[in-house]
Design a protein around this ligand. Structure first.
Ligand SMILES: [Zn+2]
Length: 572
């Protein structure tokens, strides 16, 4: 017994002495920048100290240092294991935020390089949250600022993801519960969307987004809204990289999924037709592109005939999405929308931290369709995706909802100099307006993205609120080419077809008159006064809108193109 205790004591002392010398060698070799040998002694010290009874809590600081040596040796798996265990201890709570971020960054990199994408994705997605506004600015402006530091780390990680995911096929997590896989897909989606906005991020974006797409289409189905949303971010990335076949496959899949749910004549298909058309044009397949364009025009004409306006009229009024707002039409201070949602949840790229109020928009969901997908943010996401694809420019939401109180503070600070209107005059208070950024500054008329908005915004329910020469806002030049407002698809279409030129607020104020006129199929002849704007609103009879004939050959052509099954080109 005594012998046993004596032996144990001796053994412990021996181990401790050995551990102390191993530790000393580790320190020495680390100082000499000899990581290969340092790592050997560091690992030995860890083993011996553990034998001597130290637990992970006590060993954590040494584990972090040994991990550094292992990283230098490119033993990524071992380094990741040490970092993960050490960072899970209570003693690591004492690390400063920046120090902790440094180790988490190392853990993420070691994980990517040893094939564990999910850990890395989870870490960088949390960095992205912490980076807030700095993520949109690209970080790095202020080195002392921790949020800029987070943004910079995420940015730098693009090349690791590029390296790890730079294969034609997406990364596929094999194990893990459904919930864990879906969580990984969300992280991949938000990181991928971030990289999609960067010049050097295309490969990382394509790898992450296609992986997220794979997970979601497998677990949720191709037709699930979360899967479809990814199409809108990933497609333009593919197009930008010249991966036109991949873009085509993706759009065809989305098209067929939507067709299945909504029927072959749904105007909702037009987005995918438009995106496909863009791909065909880039590939030089002009005949197919033209046939699709024609098909889309037919869909729209069918969907927005005069009867359709009448059916939508009551709904739009109930939704209160059509009220005019300007210095002529003021909003009450207490006016606040009840259905605000976060734009980022609908895959809208945001220029500021996705969690702040200003990055929210009204849902304004359609009542006669599925309001979860037929709504303002979903349509804005589609419009942005389309125009990003067409223009190649980076488009993001700069400003959405602003409360009366926020507007008041903003106006007090910026005053009449800037682009901020006094409270009560701003459409931002309705949650229906979106200020759009192109390449991280206000959208300009010279942007290709602007041309695309001009041409297509109405299809998604948006109009330009403050056109050139308006008197809606105080100040010298109230023209705001970046400010787009949702009025619903039918109203935007009506404004385009029958509304007064460049007078959106007057149009909204006289909306019932325009709706009556459209419902009765009566339109003023060219050169005639606009009866809805003149005070007397007796109905005048004018020429009916001429109907155009539908060429059958185009229909056939279109059917042939769209019926190519996407399954023929499997993603693997
Ligand atoms: Zn605005």
């Amino acid at each position: 017994m005594i012998l046993a205790i004596g032996f144990a004591t001796y053994f412990n002392i021996a181990v401790r002495v050995d551990a102390a010398s191993a530790l000393a060698r580790f320190d020495q070799l680390t100082a000499q920048l000899a990581p290969r040998r340092a790592a050997v002694h560091g690992e030995r010290a860890l083993r011996l100290l553990e034998k001597a009874g130290q637990d992970t809590e006590q060993l954590a600081p040494l584990m972090l240092r040994v991990a550094d040596a292992q990283l230098e040796r490119r033993r990524h798996q071992r380094a990741a294991m040490l970092l993960r265990d050490a960072l899970a201890t209570k003693s690591s709570d004492k690390l400063s935020n920046r120090k902790r971020a440094q180790y988490e960054d190392k853990l993420a990199r070691a994980s990517i390089l040893s094939g564990d994408i999910e850990t890395a994705v989870a870490i960088y997605a949390s960095f992205l949250d912490l980076a807030g506004d700095d993520a949109s600015r690209g970080g790095g402006e202020n080195q002392t600022d921790i949020s800029a530091y987070y943004a910079e780390r995420v940015g730098d990680a693009a090349r690791y993801f590029t390296e790890a995911l730079n294969h034609a096929r997406p990364y596929e997590p094999l194990s893990g519960a459904r919930e864990a896989q879906l969580a990984a897909a969300s992280n991949m989606a938000s990181l991928g969307a971030f990289y999609a906005m960067r010049d050097d991020g295309a490969y990382a974006a394509a790898g992450l987004l296609s992986s997220a797409y794979l997970i979601r289409s497998k677990l949720l189905g191709n037709d699930h809204q979360d899967t479809v949303q990814l199409t809108l971010v990933l497609g333009p990335v593919y197009t930008g990289m010249g991966r036109l076949d991949d873009a085509e496959r993706l759009y065809l899949e989305a098209f067929h999924a939507q067709e299945e749910i909504k029927g072959a004549n749904s105007p909702d298909l037009s987005l995918y037709i438009k995106l496909l058309t863009g791909v065909y044009e880039k590939q030089g397949r002009y005949t197919e592109a033209q046939a699709l364009q024609e098909h889309m025009r037919n869909l729209f004409r069918d969907a927005f005939g005069a009867q359709r306006y009448a059916a939508n009229r009551e709904r739009d009024r109930r939704e209160d999405i059509n009220r005019p707002v300007s210095q002529q039409f003021l909003l009450e201070a207490e006016y606040a929308p009840a259905d605000l949602v976060s734009a980022a949840e609908y895959s809208i790229p945001t220029a500021k931290s996705p969690n702040i109020d200003e990055m929210k928009l009204r849902l304004a969901g359609d009542r006669d369709a599925d309001p979860r997908e037929a709504n303002l943010p979903a349509r804005l996401a589609q419009l942005i995706s389309l125009c990003r694809s067409e223009s190649g420019e980076r488009i993001s939401l700069r400003s959405g909802y602003r409360s009366y109180a926020t507007q008041k503070v903003l106006y007090a600070n910026i005053g009449s100099k800037g682009t901020v209107t006094p409270p009560g005059m701003s459409e931002h208070q309705t949650g229906l307006a979106a200020d759009i950024n192109v390449d991280n500054r206000f959208m300009r008329p010279s942007d290709r993205a602007y041309q695309c908005f001009e041409e297509n915004a109405y299809r998604f329910g948006f109009i330009l609120s403050y056109p050139p020469g308006n008197n809606y806002l105080p100040g010298e030049d109230p023209y705001e080419p970046w400010h787009w407002r949702y009025v619903g698809v039918s109203t935007a279409q009506l404004y385009r077809e029958a509304g007064p030129h460049q007078k959106p607020q007057e149009f909204l104020a006289a909306l019932p008159c325009y709706q009556e006129r459209a419902a009765s199929g009566v339109f003023p002849a060219i050169g005639e006064d606009d009866i809805c704007l003149s005070a007397k609103s007796e109905t005048k009879v004018a020429a009916n809108e001429p109907e155009r004939a539908q060429p059958a050959s185009v229909e056939e052509n279109t059917a042939r193109i769209l019926n190519k099954t996407p399954a023929a080109r499997s993603p693997r």
